[in-house]
Design a protein around this ligand. Structure first.
Ligand code: GUN
Length: 310
């Protein structure tokens, strides 16, 4: 009997680490043409950020957004409302910004203090200035498949997938986390009958039964639950694309006393994935880039200038 010993060539799979900073740079470069066209028409887009929170992370995010505006030629306005002030003070601030013709976009940084119901604040933003896409009118439009502004993080995730060459059409996408700001709108963005959509989306949350079965079967897995490193290797299918929306501060022996980690255990999951986003440097920069995109779109819409945004 002849025995043949087969020696298989070693298969080395190379995981693509999707560089959110690079993709965001591309989006910003695409915006310059539109911002120049607005300038030719005498319009400078204006974006107001409103902060009512002592949370250091929120303060950092807002100042990053303001700096990003400056870099692309958007006029940034920042308003702080005392955390202990009555809700009506925030509402008054929003109404003032609604009436300001130089302000085309308004972003009320979330979360708000407990005594201020977020939906009340968001409903007061003029829907045409709602660059977060969280006003019920804009949520409704997105669900109906006719979005005015796609919420920034979901839009950023969609663009990252496109840049990584992953077309969601026909794919099984599992989203972990049902927040109003990421999970729910992302499910709509990826389900809608449009370019970068047409996926079959499973939206999971804290009451989902057998979460791992649903995450394992995903062609594209999006982690947006806000729980540090909750997605381990056993929850990811071989060859999946993994998008990590989480930004969690965990105690660490660093100068700041903490480090940022995602919802995905990056080192454990990376060998199984075809492509994966890092934290930081993945979805985070895209959220900001898409905010600039929406602010530019808002200025064009309100001033009646045709800018042909990509
Ligand atoms: N808090 C964390 N992310 C966001 C965001 O994208 N928009 C707002 N308004 N608040 C946030």
């Amino acid at each position: 009997m002849v025995s043949l010993i087969w020696s298989r060539p070693a298969v080395t799979t190379v995981t693509t680490v999707i560089d959110g900073n690079e993709v965001a740079d591309g989006i910003r470069a695409d915006l310059t043409g539109a911002i120049e066209r607005l300038a030719d028409a005498g319009v400078r887009p204006g974006l107001a950020t409103v902060l009512m929170s002592p949370d250091p992370a929120s303060q950092t995010y807002v100042s990053m957004k303001q700096r990003a505006c400056e870099d692309v030629g958007i006029e940034g306005v920042h308003v702080e409302v005392d955390t202990d002030a009555p809700a009506t003070e925030l509402y008054g601030t929003v109404e003032g910004l609604n009436a300001d013709p130089d302000v085309h976009g308004i972003l009320v940084q979330l979360p708000l203090p407990e005594h201020v119901p977020a939906h009340e604040a968001l409903e007061r933003i003029d829907p045409r200035k709602d660059v977060d896409g969280l006003h019920p009118e804009n949520v409704g439009r997105l669900v109906a498949g006719r979005p005015r502004y796609k919420p920034c993080t979901p839009h950023g995730v969609q663009r990252l997938l496109g840049a990584a060459g992953v077309d969601p059409e026909g794919k099984d996408v599992t989203v972990v986390g049902r927040s109003e700001i990421v999970g729910k709108p992302l499910a709509n963005v990826l389900t809608n009958e449009s370019e970068g959509g047409n996926a079959t989306v499973t939206l999971c949350h804290s009451r989902t039964r057998d979460l791992a079965a649903k995450t394992r079967r995903a062609d594209v897995l999006v982690a947006a639950a806000g729980r540090a490193e909750m997605i381990g290797a056993d929850m990811v299918g071989e060859g999946a694309t993994v998008i990590d929306v989480g930004i969690n501060r965990v105690d660490a022996d660093t100068e700041k006393g903490y480090e940022l980690v995602g919802d995905v255990d990056f080192e454990a999951v990376k060998p199984k994935a075809d492509a994966i986003t890092p934290v930081p440097g993945g979805v985070g920069p895209m959220t900001i880039a898409m905010l600039l995109y929406n602010a530019t779109a808002a200025a064009a819409l309100q001033e009646g200038v045709d800018v042909d945004l990509p």
